[in-house]
Design a protein around this ligand. Sequence first.
Ligand SMILES: NC(=O)C1=CN([C@@H]2O[C@H](COP(=O)(O)OP(=O)(O)OC[C@H]3O[C@@H](n4cnc5c(N)ncnc54)[C@H](OP(=O)(O)O)[C@@H]3O)[C@@H](O)[C@H]2O)C=CC1
Ligand SMILES: CC(=O)[C@@H](O)[C@H](O)COP(=O)(O)O
Ligand SMILES: [Mn+2]
Length: 389
Amino acid sequence: MKRVTILGATGSIGCQTVELIEAAPERFETVALTGGRNVALLADQARRLGAKIAVTCHDDCRADLEQRLAGSGIEVASGDAAIAEAAARPADLVMSAIVGAAGLLPGFAAIRQGATLALANKETMVAAGPLVLAEARAHGATLLPVDSEHSAVFQALVGEDRGAVERVILTASGGAFRDWPLEQLATATPEQAATHPNWAMGQRITIDSASMFNKALEVIEAKELFDLRSDQVEVVVHPESLIHALVGFNDGALMAHMGAPDMRHAIGYALNWPERRDLPVARLDLAAVGSMSFRAPDEARYPALRLARRVMEEGGLAGAAFNAAKEAALDAFLDRRIGFMQMAQVVEQVLDTMSRAGALRVDSPGLDAVLGADAEARARAARTDLLTA
Ligand SMILES: NC(=O)C1=CN([C@@H]2O[C@H](COP(=O)(O)OP(=O)(O)OC[C@H]3O[C@@H](n4cnc5c(N)ncnc54)[C@H](OP(=O)(O)O)[C@@H]3O)[C@@H](O)[C@H]2O)C=CC1
Ligand SMILES: CC(=O)[C@@H](O)[C@H](O)COP(=O)(O)O
Ligand SMILES: [Mn+2]
C-alpha cells in the first residue's frame, strides 16, 4: 500500500487525485487531506478515503469541519502550521496541490520527511527551485512533476542521457484570449479570463493561462526542475493542447509527449510511478484529430514571457518576487482594481523596484529570504501607482 497525503484535496488537482485513489483502494492508503473553505467536500473526501486527519487552513472553518467529521474517528486540525504538520506525517507520496505560494512550506515539510513530492504546485519551484532541490537531496526525497508539460518532459527523459538534451519546448494553448484583437485585451473581465479553451482547472491558473503568466511560471519551473539554461527552454503556441511538451536532443530528435488534455494522466503517472497503470483518460484518435497547429508566441500579447526571461537572468530571489507580485496582481484583477494587461505592469514595476534596491540578486537564498522576498513583493505591489490610484 502506498501511503498518500493530498495537500489541496478540495481543488481541481486534489479532486482528480482523490478520484484516482478511490478507484484503486487496494493500492493506496490516505494519511492526510487538506483544504481551505470547502469543508463540506473535505469532510466527504476524508470519510470516503478513510483519511487519518483532515486539515483546513482556516481556523474559522475548524468547528464546521469538526462537526461534519464527528464520530468518524478522523482527526481534525486547522491553520497553516497544522497543514505543514500534516505534510510532515510519514507518507510515501505527498501530492502538492495547494494553489500559490501557500504551497511552499507544506511542500518543504513533505520533502524533509523524505517523501516523494508530486508537485502540481509550480510556485514551489519558481520561488525556491535550487533550495527545493538541495533539500530533496539532503533528505532523500524524490520530486515528481505533475504540471502536464513537466510530467511530459520527465516522461520523455526516462532512460535518456541528460547531457544530450539541447532544448525543451513547452506548448501553450494561448488561453482564453488567444484570438482576441490585441487592443481588446484591456477590457477583458475576470469571468472572460477564467475560461480555458482545453483544460478544466482552478480559477487562478485558468486566468494565468489567459495572461500567459502560467507559461512564464512553467518556463522557470522547467529550468529549475531539469537543470537547464534559460535559453534551453522554449515556448510554442499550440491551440489544440494535444502535445504537452517536447524534448530536443543533440542528434536533432524531438521527443513529443501527446495525450488528451486531461490532468488525470499526469496525476496518475505520478501516483503510480515508477510503474505505469491503466488510467481513465481518453485515447487519442489521430485520424480524427487530423492536424495540429503551432505558432510563435506574440510577446506584445503576452508580456509575462519576457518577464520570465528577465527573472531567469536575474536569479536569486527574482522568482519568489515574480510569483508573489503576480499573485498580488491577480488578486487586484479579480477585485476589478486593475485591468487584464495591467497585471504584467504591476509585476514589472515590482521587479524594477526590487532590482534597483538590490533585493533580488542574493546568492543561494534560504527559506527565510524567499519568504521575505515574497512578502516584500506583495507589499511593493500594493504600493505601485496602479494599485494606489
Ligand atoms: N488545475 C490544473 O489542472 C493544474 C493545476 N496546476 C497547479 O496545481 C496547483 C493547484 O491548482 P488547482 O487545483 O487548479 O487550484 P484550485 O484553486 O482548484 O485548488 C486549490 C486548493 O488549495 C486550497 N487552498 C487555497 N488557498 C489555500 C491556502 N492559503 N492554504 C492552504 N490551502 C489553500 C483550496 O482549498 P478550498 O478550495 O477548500 O478553499 C484547494 O484545495 C496550482 O499551483 C496550479 O498552478 C498545475 C497544472 C494543472
Ligand atoms: C494542464 C496544465 O498543465 C496547465 O498548466 C496548462 O498548461 C494550462 O494551459 P496553457 O497554459 O497552455 O493555456
Ligand atoms: Mn501546465
